[in-house]
Design a protein around this ligand. Structure first.
Ligand code: GAF
Length: 386
């Protein structure tokens, strides 16, 4: 699949700029297996990169102009100067690129302009981090074009900064970090305070199956930012730097005095942190029974305490659960309010799960689900120097 993307981005570059690109770079989208809305609470997450990516063909320029052609937006163009204060663009997609370049400059990296063609096949608005893939592929491209001495971790932090300060979504670090640092065939247990990552193998004979509800996500940024504020209010109430610092065993006592909604939000984060650590352990020991229970508890917590699921997503989870029972796990994945569910399914049940989704989901919701059978891929990299 990436081969087609690479050919199309190379072709567009040559058509538009009149010569071959010197560099090809890719950065993957991600799926989070467990640990939702824990990253900005300094907690733990367990994502893996997927076989869907943003891909760039690029060449350096001698001047200070960045010119971008976007294959996925009918070859729309964005052009800006990097030696002035970079301002917002007319097209939303271009702001991710401008934000990344602006913040690389603010970090003191020295480079001149670039010609860029960009494309991607990470479904947009599905909670699979198409924006983080774009931010990371652009950071990785400037690293490759100008031999910048930037680490993968800093490419991720720079992408997050662009999204927080330039685009205006106060996301955590999970999506950019997994896109920049992922390991093939593994998920990464990420400690979002220290940013240390521990590779965890995926269970044998099982696949990651992602089902997009295709429920249009509404008010995502504002609801996301509200949840973040509620978590910060809870941490302030407990007089700790972040909810990561609240011990699960003492939470019930401490809850007294906190308003009901904020207490529910805090309970989700505190219990989800523990579930994430336990799930990494269960994957490590191949304990699928525990893994599926933790994924089920995570979903219930997102539905009842954090209140970020929607009926279509809850229904998809039910359909898949009925097919896999205790042999695999399923839960909503990503920021919430629509998007996708992730399931870890034994190979021999994949067809059966897909058939059940096809038979039931549309009848009940009038929406057609899209299924992705995924592999866990490597993080951002230069594909070759052509
Ligand atoms: C979005 C954000 F970008 C992440 O930082 C994370 O908070 C996630 O929602 C929820 O776990 O993907």
């Amino acid at each position: 699949m990436t081969k087609t993307l690479i050919n199309s981005v190379k072709h567009t570059f040559k058509n538009h700029f009149g010569f071959e690109a010197s560099h090809l770079i890719q950065a993957p989208g991600r799926v989070n297996l467990i640990g939702e809305h824990t990253d900005y609470n300094d907690g733990f997450v367990l994502p893996s990169a997927i076989n869907y990516a943003a891909v760039v063909a690029a060449s350096p320029r001698n001047d200070n102009v960045v010119r971008v052609v976007s294959v996925d937006y009918d070859n729309a163009i964005d052009e800006f100067e990097i030696n002035t204060d970079i301002e917002h663009a007319e097209h939303d997609w271009a702001n991710y690129i401008r934000g990344v370049v602006k913040h690389l400059k603010l970090r003191g990296y020295q480079f001149s302009g670039a010609n860029i063609a960009v494309t991607g096949n990470v479904p947009q608005g599905a909670g699979l981090s198409s924006s983080a893939a774009l931010e990371v592929v652009i950071g990785q491209s400037f690293k490759a074009l100008y031999n910048l001495t930037i680490t993968q971790q800093e490419i991720a932090l720079n992408g997050q900064e662009a999204e927080n300060k330039f685009v205006g979504c106060h996301c955590g670090i999970m999506d950019q970090l997994i896109s920049a640092e992922a390991k093939k065939d593994h998920a990464l247990l990420i400690d979002c305070r220290s940013l240390t990552t521990t590779p965890v193998s995926l269970p044998d004979n099982m696949r990651i199956l992602i089902v997009n509800s295709n429920k249009k996500r509404g008010l995502v940024d504002s609801e996301y930012n509200t949840r973040r504020e509620q978590c910060e209010a809870a941490a302030a109430f407990f007089k700790v730097p972040a909810l990561r610092d609240i011990d699960i065993s003492t939470f019930d006592d401490k809850e007294a005095g906190l308003d009901a909604i904020t207490a529910k939000r805090a309970r989700h984060v505190i219990t989800e942190n523990q579930r994430t650590l336990d799930a990494a352990n269960a994957m490590h020991t191949g304990d699928i029974y525990t893994l599926q229970r933790l994924m089920a508890d995570s979903h219930a917590s997102m539905r009842d305490d954090f209140e970020i699921t929607v009926p279509e997503i809850d229904y998809l989870v039910d359909i898949i659960k009925q097919e896999i029972g205790e042999l695999g796990g399923v839960r909503m994945t990503g920021g919430g309010f629509g998007g996708c569910v992730v399931s870890i399914v034994p190979n021999e049940l994949i067809d059966q799960v897909i058939a059940a989704v096809e038979a039931k989901y549309q009848k009940q919701t009038n929406l057609q689900a899209t299924v992705f059978i995924c592999s866990a891929e490597e993080g951002a990299k230069q594909i070759n120097a052509v």
